[in-house]
Write a protein that binds this ligand. Sequence first.
Ligand SMILES: Cc1cc2nc3c(=O)[nH]c(=O)nc-3n(C[C@H](O)[C@H](O)[C@H](O)COP(=O)(O)OP(=O)(O)OC[C@H]3O[C@@H](n4cnc5c(N)ncnc54)[C@H](O)[C@@H]3O)c2cc1C
Length: 510
Amino acid sequence: MSSQAPSPRIHDLLIIGGGINGAGIARDASGRGLDVALIEAGDLGGATSSASTKLIHGGLRYLEFYAFGLVRKALAEREVLLDLAPHITWPQSFVLPHAPKSRPEWMLRAGLFLYDHLARRRIVPGSERVDLRQDKAGRALAPSNTRAFRYWDGWVDDARLVIANLQDARSRGALILSRTRVLRAEYAEGLWSVSLSDGTTLSARQIVNTAGPWAEIVARTVLGRNDAPALRLVQGSHIVTKRVHLGRDAFMLQQPDGRIIFIIPYERDFSLIGTTERDIAAPEAAAITESETDYLLEAANRYLLRPLSRADVVHSFAGVRPLVLEAGKDDRETTRDYKLMAHEGVPALTVVGGKITTYRVLAEEVLKLLAKDSKPWTASEPLPGGDVPKQAGETGQEAFARWLEELVARNENYDPKLVRRLAHTIGTAAGPLLEAGLGANIGGMFEAELQYYRDKEWATTAEDVLWRRTKMGLHLSNAGKAEIMRWFGEDPGEVQPEPALTHRFATPGV
Ligand SMILES: Cc1cc2nc3c(=O)[nH]c(=O)nc-3n(C[C@H](O)[C@H](O)[C@H](O)COP(=O)(O)OP(=O)(O)OC[C@H]3O[C@@H](n4cnc5c(N)ncnc54)[C@H](O)[C@@H]3O)c2cc1C
């Protein structure tokens, strides 16, 4: 369902799938003057692009597999995204303890040296050695952990990054339909005729398939093409626990099996712990298993001073990495880079693989193929919400921090925590919303806020708001969630008893 009705116009570009890759292409293409339609089967960003670890990172561990090109590209992009979307991103420090019987210290130091120098840095600090007996980070860890490195990457609210891109695309004329599936696309006489699940048909000159884990199946069943690269579907799961430590550092923890897991401060009161990796046959099958939960708890407890138990787990979610299948490589070795595949004989492109971090450069590469005479523009245009006026010499992060303090001061009648929460969710749109008044309290959120997500961000269900437009699902009581469900006209009988251990992986049902 969407507020926009399908139009009879001929679109220059039709995008199948509203995850981060589709959203990024929609924004870039609309800004270059193309008439764009983006069709998403579920909620926008409802699949992989809201189930990631939420790091804007070069990927320190990919250096082990000599993926220097990918790491350099991603490291450079880290600075760009921190600057363009400062309301939903921030630099994040990681403490990497030295672990006996794991990678030797010289190897970590060499890797971090490369990581610091592979790309230009302005916002993100460099790495340093840490004595865990002296440093605050050490307080969360068992005393046997004495030496570590601290390095920096970026953090992003993945689901909100999707919405920000789509808001910009819409403001530049794109048609965005959510909860509408592309059923079939037929090409004849220079035009695609595209049938949708709502019974309508759209016309388009070109198609880009950004269906993520469904890309191969969409290429086959929707576009009728058998030449898309095979995908390797690797499930990754996260658990959310009560906050394990008060510091702002995240931890990158090496495991005896050679894998690493992250413990990341999450939503002020929680810690995000992930990920696992296991091959699955179909995206619909994604769900965290008991043994994955045990693996993550055990992996964290190998280092923590106060061990976590199942009772500390308040939430979990699973996503599916659509990796390009590479013969003879295991899941860790398989490239995280993307591949653009032009289908034979028709104007259609399938995108496979990729990372949240590199979505913007991926979109530029797609547009280089589809609109050769147009120019890249997205590297310097802030995303909606991040459009804070900068003073001379300021980075986007600095400008946002200054703007936020001014916003808090201007709204002294509101709890500063609420003002900060809204600003870190919808960015500059928080100003007018607060000024106009937030209205009634609905289960711990405010009516004006819910209206904003519904009217400006395509939210149609309580789940969209509680788990993707915001993460208030973690903070609100069941009674609060029930009120929000009622506001959306849903039956609150469906609220899960606490703790909600699994959040469903949204399936488009292809
Ligand atoms: C566990 C995990 C952790 C990760 N961590 C990170 C990280 O920390 N940093 C990072 O940079 N990257 C990370 N990634 C990678 C990143 O999340 C993905 O590369 C990215 O989200 C893929 O986006 P996408 O748009 O290609 O796919 P998706 O977000 O899955 O979007 C595809 C969309 O297509 C829709 N669709 C499918 N079929 C149809 C149809 N017929 N009609 C209409 N719509 C359709 C689906 O509903 C879906 O919403 C992680 C991935 C996983 C799984």
